[in-house]
Structures are given as C-alpha cells and as structure tokens.
Design a protein around this ligand. Structure first.
Ligand SMILES: NC(=O)c1ccc[n+]([C@@H]2O[C@H](COP(=O)([O-])OP(=O)(O)OC[C@H]3O[C@@H](n4cnc5c(N)ncnc54)[C@H](O)[C@@H]3O)[C@@H](O)[C@H]2O)c1
Ligand SMILES: [Zn+2]
Length: 342
C-alpha cells in the first residue's frame, strides 16, 4: 500500500493506493462509520460489509435522484448518525456521488470517504469533490463541491466488474490522455483492455497515473473557473446522448469525444489522422464511436448544458493529442457543426 496525501484548498485528502479493503477500519473505526453501497456490490462482495453498519440502495443512474437522498437520510436518522459519523461510499460513481452529496448536507456536513469499486470511479468519479445527483433527465444538476477525507483503492474489487464497466472506465482514461497526456495515449495504443485487466502492476500504475492527472487538474482549479473544464471533453454531447438514448456514460462520452475531435478539426486545425487514431483507440477499448442520433432532440438538450454562457458554449476542443483547450463556440456555429456530423 502507498499513501499519497493531496492538498486541495483547505483540505488534505489521503489516497490509500493499492490497499486492501481490510485497511479501512484502520482509517475509520467501525463504530463511527456507516457504509453506503448498492445492491449489486452488496451481493457480489458480502464479506466486505460484515461487522459494518451499512445502508444498501438500489444501484444505477436512474436512482441518482432526490428520492434516494431522502431514503438515505431517513436511514441515517434511524441509525442515529450524528456529526461524528463517517459516511463511506463503497461503490461506483453513483454511490460515491450520493454518499458525498448526503455527507455534504446531513447536519450541514459530516465527514466522508470513498472506496471506489469501478474503474470509472477510481480514475474519475470519486476524485475531485464534486458530489451531485440528477434532476429528472438533467445530469448532475444538483450538488456541491466538497472533498472527502480519503479514498481507498483495492484493485481486487475489480475482479467482478463486467466487461461494459471496464470499457466505461477506459473512456475516461482515454479522455485524460486526450486532454493532458500524449504518452499515455501511446501506451494505451500499445496495450489492450485485457492486458490491463489481467496485469495487476500495469493496472495499478495506469490508475495512479490517472489519479495524478485528475487531482492535478482539480488542484489547479477546484471550483471550475478554468482548467477543470477540460475534464468535460466529450461530455456536452455525451451527456445529451446518454440521456436520450440511455447509453452507459462511457459509451456516450466516447461518441462525444469523436464529435468534439471533428469540431476541433474545424476550429483548431486538429489533424484528421489524429481523429482517426482516437477512433481506433476507442474501438480497441470496446467503445462505440458513432450513433445515428436525432439532431433536434440532442440540440434541445445541449442548449441547456451547464457550460452554456449566454449565446456561446464553452466547448472542450483538442489542439493536438494531449492538449485540450477551452473554446467559446457561438451557439449558432455549434448548431451548424452539429448539423455537419454524419
Ligand atoms: N463526481 C464526479 O466528478 C463524477 C465524474 C465522473 C462520473 N461521475 C458519475 O459517476 C457515475 C458513473 O459511475 P460508474 O460507472 O462507476 O457507475 P455505477 O455506480 O452505476 O456503477 C456501474 C455498475 O457497476 C456495478 N458495480 C460497481 N462496482 C462493481 C464491482 N466491483 N463489480 C461488479 N459490479 C460493480 C454497479 O452496481 C453498477 O451497476 C455517473 O452517475 C456519473 O455522473 C461523477
Ligand atoms: Zn465522465
């Protein structure tokens, strides 16, 4: 196990990397903690929860809604959780988002930590302190920014992760490579999903590389005034596709990244051959790169995106692989670019 302490504004967060789940009780005593997880993880890994006070929710994005928050708060009251209680989210991004949000509002804020159990949560969702829920179809519309005390990484939990969730995680990893790290793009090109899945050391080092990318971007801009926006690469169109076609998050942003690469060709002179390389890499990691979508419906949702500022949209484009930039695209031009996507 390696412990890495990362400073965010006013808060030190402990990253327990390559740790065993059993280390959790050394971080937080069992009697002070309440674990939050979803039904699937609870049934796949029942041993993790023995002896821990646990709240089990229905899993899935459709439950990342206010009704689940009310239910969790009800159970916290029932379990007599107080200001000294630690809430620990053990799960994918849905669970960690809910755990962080509830911990932020219960009694005006209690301590919390995460044990991410999906690749996506390990490299992305559990990092950075954004804790949010959806309001109907509007993704992550409600939430707050507050850092957890710690994150514990036990890679053995990924043994039960289905193929689709591996691909979902790789979508965010490829996103990180596109906006920040060309070297990682080339490494991913050399290897394959199965290579990382079956090679503990390679996976550990890839996850940690991504932890560093995400924490560095967040540290530079915790409250999303500039650089943090780069993490939205592929996400504007991605979220719209995710909502309308109910695709998994990673699949949808994979398609969103290809569209953003095409827009980048048009606006930033991004090379067409690099869009082709990105497409090949996404496909290598079992991700879709196109879908025939209803442009009017998609446009209706994109217009409402949080990244809209008046008559322009802050869109994340690529100058080259490894170099993402924020670019304000007038809505009229964006609509036109969208119309050109085949
Ligand atoms: N807060 C942020 O900054 C941030 C960033 C990116 C994504 N997110 C959010 O994260 C969510 C997506 O995360 P996710 O893909 O982890 O979703 P998820 O929590 O829904 O997990 C995906 C599925 O995998 C199952 N699962 C989890 N761990 C498992 C394991 N070890 N073995 C077998 N099955 C397992 C879950 O039960 C679920 O069915 C979205 O809601 C997204 O908005 C948040
Ligand atoms: Zn994402």
């Amino acid at each position: 196990m390696r412990i890495k302490e990362i400073n965010f504004s006013g808060k030190k967060v402990g990253f327990y990397l390559d740790a065993g789940f059993e280390h959790l009780e050394k971080i937080v005593p069992k009697e002070k903690a309440i674990l939050l997880t979803d039904k699937r993880i609870f049934s796949l890994h029942p041993h993790l929860f023995s002896g821990w006070n646990t709240i089990v929710i229905e899993g899935g994005e459709q439950h990342k809604q206010q009704s689940t928050i009310d239910e969790v708060i009800g159970q916290l009251i029932e379990k007599e959780a107080d200001r000294n209680t630690y809430l620990i989210g053990v799960g994918g991004g849905v669970v960690t988002d809910i755990a962080g949000f509830v911990a932020g509002i219960y009694m005006r804020g209690i301590s919390f930590g995460f044990v991410p159990t999906t690749l996506l949560a390990m490299v992305d969702a559990a990092i950075g302190g954004k804790n949010g829920i959806d309001a109907g179809v509007y993704k992550n519309l409600i939430g707050l920014i507050r850092q957890p005390d710690f994150l514990l990484y036990d890679y053995s939990l990924l043994k039960t992760l289905p193929d689709q969730e591996w691909a979902n995680g790789f979508a965010e990893i490829i996103k990180h490579a596109c906006i920040k790290k060309q070297g990682m793009f080339e490494d991913l090109n050399k290897h394959s999903l199965d290579y990382y899945r079956n090679n503990h050391a390679a996976l550990a080092s890839l996850v940690e590389e991504n932890v560093i990318i995400k924490t560095t971007v967040v540290q530079n801009d915790e409250f999303e005034q500039g650089e943090r926006r780069l993490l939205n690469f592929g996400h504007t169109l991605g979220h719209a596709i995710e909502n309308i076609y109910e695709l998994p998050h990673g699949y949808a942003i994979s398609i969103g990244m290809i569209c953003a690469a095409r827009f980048s060709e048009n606006i930033k002179g991004f090379k067409t051959t690099d869009t082709d390389r990105l497409k090949a890499l996404l496909e290598k990691y079992a991700l879709p790169t196109a879908i025939s979508f209803d442009k009017e419906k998609i446009w209706g949702l994109i217009k409402l995106d949080k990244k809209r500022a008046g008559t322009t949209m802050r869109y994340i484009l690529l100058e080259s692989i490894g170099n993402g930039v924020v670019h304000e695209i007038p809505l009229t031009q964006l609509e036109e670019l969208l119309g050109q996507i085949s």
